[in-house]
Design a protein around this ligand. Sequence first.
Ligand code: ADP
Ligand code: MG
Length: 238
Amino acid sequence: MAELSISKIRKSYGDLEVIKGVDLEVEKGEFVVFVGPSGCGKSTLLRMIAGLEDITEGELRIGDELCNNVHPGDRGIAMVFQSYALYPHMNVADNIGFNLKISGYPADVRQEKIQKAAQVLQIQHLLDRKPSQLSGGQRQRVAIGRAIVREPQVFLFDEPLSNLDAALRVEMRMELSALHRKLGATIIYVTHDQIEAMTLADKIVVLDGGVVQQVGSPIELYQRPNNIFVAGFIGSPK
Ligand code: ADP
Ligand code: MG
């Protein structure tokens, strides 16, 4: 069974339909990348999966459970945003552990989970620092740490590297690949960057105008694009 499946999903804001009937299956452990130009509906789709936007029409299933109306906190999903949204007054450990505290985990369990996440991300030496004392890449690791610590079934990333400079982006890309292998997690990752999509994805979903243009492995899209849009988008790196 697919880990996550969406069927005939639509989203409208008033009269404006921005997601126009999307179907997709995501397998356990798969790294799926949504790619497409700015405004094509990537974030909206991701936010519906996360439960941060209502689904206007269609079905979202996680495992065999219909999740359209399940509270975001109960979906087994954790989202990492483009802006790191760390709490500036809390140190790294407290930032990573904040959601665990809200969920009522006792302090010793929190400490253990924070240490484990910090080890995976190799930020053990930063746990006492405040976000203002971190580099961009370090902040991004902390933001990922906040997701890892909850041990979700599915990770959602919305353009997590777009605020980083080019060199760091390449480094973090490799780290994300390594992290995916290490955790064996299911990842859905949004980017407008074709190279990022081609390097990271097991499966790429090309979106344009709220419609899926093609789904396939990087090599399939490159060798056998469905249409001129996909050919142009995948074939012409920035
Ligand atoms: P992407 O992430 O691919 O850049 P978005 O999902 O953010 O695209 O946006 C898709 C479309 O939906 C855009 O036309 C955007 O202006 C519109 N949109 C997004 N959020 C809202 C909102 N809260 N209200 C009205 N329109 C929105
Ligand atoms: Mg977006």
